[in-house]
Design a binder for this molecule. Structure first.
Ligand SMILES: Cc1ncc(COP(=O)(O)O)c(C=O)c1O
Length: 407
């Protein structure tokens, strides 16, 4: 892929002295086309979809319809109406967890490497008797499908839903969702996938994954903040009670009662983030010009240089499998002797390298291992270059050597 040409699309990278931006698992940068689309909405077409019938209203309604279709295409979904606009993946997951009626003894299974957004919404349902069971990862932090199958068997008829992260933001490790879906369906469970870290980086086909629900966020895939999506099979989405009702969700209402519209409207309460949807269309248009496999390859190329360059340093341990090819663009480093936050700050001060330090909202994983300070995470996107990866290695090495010597 033409990385140099791709980079040129991103204004923050075209500054005279741009940072080495390696915090893409948190959010990616936006290309000029996305910034322009957001601005154009406010400057030229500032209106509301699905309601007003004047020219501006009709135009933004068409944009929403087109963008919904493009979102469906991005994840291989057949029906655009099965894509719900949400503020982010967190909201999507909350809609699933709080939108279902749980009975005492119902079981939901997740893994031990879930983002808090795929943990807390299930824990919040415990007052209704819902039990959350987590499957422990293997020693190399890969998904233990045998342990998962055993957990499903143990839960038996009580198993109602499985909710798994597709690609972990902790370490970039992928869970074999298609295999897990088959097992879960054998027990009659619904399968929800947290695709926040997969939809931005690899080809997705929800039919091939065999899942029933799929959540993701646009700000991790070149789009604006404040836009997410929830895809689901029609019958599953129709069975959910909206967590935000009113506005465009209503078919009919009297002072005493109401009926809801069918999907997608029933789950999209209130005025939408139309500027964000315009930016989303621009992001999807750009991504559709690329083969997602090429993006993924570039990210692994960068990660391989980062991982091979730092793994030999004293007190340094990379979370997950040794092969960077099994960790996408994520190099998440445990620092046994040094303060992670301090190193994170120095990475910017010394080399202009932006990384993330801390728990990355995967508190449970660190808590279970007694690692209070978390890890230092460098996460690549396809605009990151091999030179940037080398800069990461040089800066990190200088800091680790300097701090270790000073001890
Ligand atoms: C794996 C995973 N799931 C869920 C989320 C939550 O996404 P958002 O904050 O966009 O709702 C994130 C964000 O980092 C994530 O990495």
């Amino acid at each position: 892929m033409d990385v140099a040409g791709f980079r040129e699309l991103f204004p923050p990278l075209m500054d005279e002295n741009p940072p080495v931006y390696l915090d893409n698992a948190c959010m990616t940068l936006r290309p000029q086309g996305v910034i322009q689309a957001v601005q154009d909405y406010y400057a030229r077409n500032p209106s509301c979809a699905g309601r007003s019938v004047h020219r501006w209203g009709m135009s933004i309604s068409q944009t929403v319809t087109r963008t919904r279709r493009k979102l469906a295409d991005h994840i291989g979904a057949v029906h655009a109406r099965e894509v719900i606009f949400t503020p982010n993946a967190t909201h999507s997951i909350n809609q699933v967890a709080a939108g279902r009626k749980w009975e005492s003894g119902d079981v939901v299974i997740t893994s031990d490497r879930e983002h808090n957004s795929n943990l807390v919404p299930w824990l919040q349902q415990s007052p209704s008797g819902l039990k959350l069971q987590t499957v422990k990862s293997r020693a190399d932090n890969s998904f233990d499908i045998e342990a998962f199958e055993a957990a499903c068997a143990e839960a038996g008829d009580s198993l109602k839903l499985v909710s798994l992260v597709h690609v972990g933001n902790l370490d970039g490790v992928e869970i074999p969702i298609a295999d897990a879906s088959k097992i879960a369906h054998d027990y009659g469970a619904i399968v929800h996938v947290d695709g926040a870290q997969s939809a931005p980086h690899m080809p997705i086909n929800v039919e091939e994954l065999g899942c029933d629900l799929f959540s993701f966020s646009l700000h991790k895939m070149l789009g604006p903040t404040g836009v997410g999506a929830l895809w689901g099979r029609e019958e599953v989405l129709e069975s959910l009670e909206p967590i935000s009702a009113g506005g465009g969700t209503v078919e009919a209402a009297t002072a005493e009662q109401y009926t809801l519209r069918s999907i997608p409207d029933r789950l999209e309460g209130g005025l939408g983030h139309y500027a964000g949807i315009c930016g989303t269309e621009a992001a999807l248009d750009l991504l559709s010009n690329y083969d997602m496999r090429d993006l993924a390859e570039q990210e692994v190329r960068v990660n391989r240089i980062m991982s091979d360059g730092v793994r030999h340093l004293p007190g340094v341990e990379i979370i997950g499998p040794e092969d960077a090819g099994k960790r996408g663009g994520i190099c998440s480093i445990l620092l046994n002797n040094l303060d992670v936050q301090n190193v994170g700050i120095l990475m910017d001060e010394v080399g202009g390298v932006f990384v993330r330090s801390g728990l990355h909202c995967v508190n449970q994983w660190f808590e279970a291992r007694g690692i209070a300070q978390g890890s230092l995470r460098a996460s690549a996107y396809a605009y990151n270059t091999e030179e940037e990866a080398k800069c990461f290695v040089d800066t990190f090495t200088e800091i680790v050597d300097g701090l270790t010597e000073a001890k």
